[in-house]
Design a protein around this ligand. Structure first.
Ligand code: ADP
Length: 497
């Protein structure tokens, strides 16, 4: 057998539309070098080995020597953004059997297993890989616990695919968080800063030591509720492979007399023992209000305990405390002195582009059925006529579409060229999300997540009303999972609530 050429590439983040599909993108030059073609399976070697289907990079990535892979694949390869991986064409065997287990207890039926299996056909997996799947606006994480044969295997329709009832035991705390940077929308600049301020020192404390720079001990995230502060803290912990401990200001304060400080000491101890670690303190203003505001004895003692613990952090850079608040001015100034929470980042309300990104994230894997309105479809087809890959089909479809009624359009496109249909549909979905981003002015991430969830529920309710699902049934049947289509009307229905 010919020797498999390998090359090194730098890890970059995936495009939103690729997330969760088990694909990576590399440029044509790299593909040639390893002798791979679009659709082939490649092996990705970081600190762990994994595999993915390779697709060609977008033109702007040509020659950059990067591999675009989503957070789950990065986790599977044990690498972070900016790290290096070795890639080569994989030796793949057909999966006879694959067993996956959820990372948290869930209830599911046989139909779910079938549906899940159908979504994974063609997907290469390796034992230990994480797989995320979106269902009804919710995301579930599974771990591949066994494969037959071993090594890189590709799931086919003949694979004996099993989902175990018991959640995996030894998932590390961070892995279970599963949140990646691609799960956060509209905060590109903030993520960039968080990476420099928190991820870099956690991963490479030696760089800071050498340069004589003090890595931050505390970072304050401020902004309205539901904008993604907790999400950001979880993502950075996950991406830096750091231990994550979350506590909540009001909860700490409600402990019995004397127990609040004890709890804080425990948290810091756990963090140091498991370093690198992130301690996330939500609603930190409850612990450390401005002294003139509330001068209770308890608050004073808890603040001073927190400060003592932060001053005493030995593992420079390896434990970072992230505090979150929506009232930065209500915080005890002593907390914001150098060596404490001396960095601040604003996590603001998203603008329209941010809202669209967040909607893309929360509708990932959601079966959206856009409206094929004639005027719009014609506009899209005319643009696609300029594109070599679609020119001929677009020309043919255009003639027919011009004479057709709206409801006939999907069928016409499908009959012309399945790929053309998919492309038009993707663009219509994009337009719908754009429109929704426009009308949701003032919504924060949590509102948009709820909107997506509610739209899926509205679609489900529609099927129930049509008598297509048995309300009493314990599990949603597979046919329903397959037939469920979330429409523009469902989103507007959800907006009314
Ligand atoms: P905060 O900590 O700022 O109050 P969270 O991070 O807890 O907000 O957000 C709550 C939920 O809202 C998240 O779990 C996520 O589903 C959604 N969400 C919030 N902000 C964003 C965002 N910027 N991008 C994507 N989803 C978001």
């Amino acid at each position: 057998m010919a020797e498999r050429r390998e090359i090194k590439l730098k890890v970059a983040s995936a495009y939103q539309r690729d997330v969760g599909r088990g694909i990576v993108r590399i440029d044509r030059k790299s593909m040639r070098e390893i002798g791979a073609q679009s659709g082939d399976i490649i092996e990705i070697i970081g600190t762990k080995n994994t595999a993915a289907v390779v697709w060609p990079a977008y033109p702007e990535d040509e020659g950059l020597g990067i591999i675009r892979m989503d957070g789950t694949l990065r986790k599977n390869a044990g690498v972070g953004l900016g790290d290096e991986v070795t890639v080569r064409k994989a030796e793949v065997k057909e999966a006879k059997k694959v067993i996956v287990a959820p990372t948290e207890p869930i209830r599911f039926g046989h139909d779910f297993v079938e549906w899940f299996h159908s979504r994974l056909i063609g997907r290469p997996v390796v034992r230990g890989d994480y797989i995320k799947v979106g269902i009804l606006g919710q995301e579930l994480t599974f771990v591949v616990t066994a494969t037959t044969p071993a090594g890189i295997v590709q799931i086919t329709e003949f694979t004996d695919f099993q989902v175990s009832e018991k959640p995996v035991k030894e998932v590390s705390k961070t892995a279970a968080l599963g949140v990646t940077y691609e799960d956060i929308g509209g905060l590109k600049d903030v993520i960039q800063k968080v990476r420099e301020m928190i991820e870099l020192p956690l991963k490479h404390p030696e760089i800071f030591e050498k340069l004589g720079i003090e890595p931050p001990k505390g970072v304050l995230l401020y902004g309205p509720p539901g904008t993604g502060k907790t999400l950001l803290a979880k993502a950075v912990a996950n991406e830096a492979n750091a231990h994550f401990i979350a506590i909540n200001g009001p909860e700490i304060m409600s402990k019995f007399y004397g127990e609040s400080e004890e709890r804080l000491r425990e948290v810091f101890k756990e963090a140091e023992e498991n370093a690198p670690s992130i301690i996330f303190i939500d609603e930190i203003d409850a612990i450390a209000p401005k002294r003139e505001e509330v001068s209770g004895e308890v608050e004073k003692r808890v603040v001073s305990q927190l400060l003592t613990l932060m001053d005493g952090l030995k593992s420079r850079g390896k434990v970072v405390v992230i505090g979150a608040t929506n009232r930065p001015d209500a915080i005890d100034p002593a907390l914001r002195r150098p060596g404490r929470f001396d960095r601040e980042l604003e996590v603001g309300v998203p603008d329209k582009a941010g809202r669209k990104e967040i909607l893309q994230i929360h509708t990932r894997g959601m079966p959206i059925e856009p409206e094929f309105r004639k005027g719009k479809v014609i506009e899209i087809l005319e643009r696609l006529e300029m594109n070599d890959a679609y020119r001929e089909g677009a020309e043919r479809a255009l003639m027919k579409v011009k004479k057709a009624r709206d409801e006939e359009i999907p069928e016409i496109l499908r009959n012309t060229d399945e790929k053309l249909y998919e492309e038009v549909k993707a663009r219509l979905i994009d337009d719908l999300l754009e429109e929704l981003a426009e009308v949701t002015h003032g919504f924060v991430g949590a509102d948009l997540a709820a909107l997506a969830r509610e739209a899926a529920m509205a679609a489900l309710r529609r099927l129930i009303n049509e008598g297509r699902i048995d309300f009493e049934a314990e599990h949603i049947p597979k046919e329903v999972l397959e037939e469920l289509k979330v429409t523009r009307r469902d989103f507007y229905e959800a907006l009314k609530m």
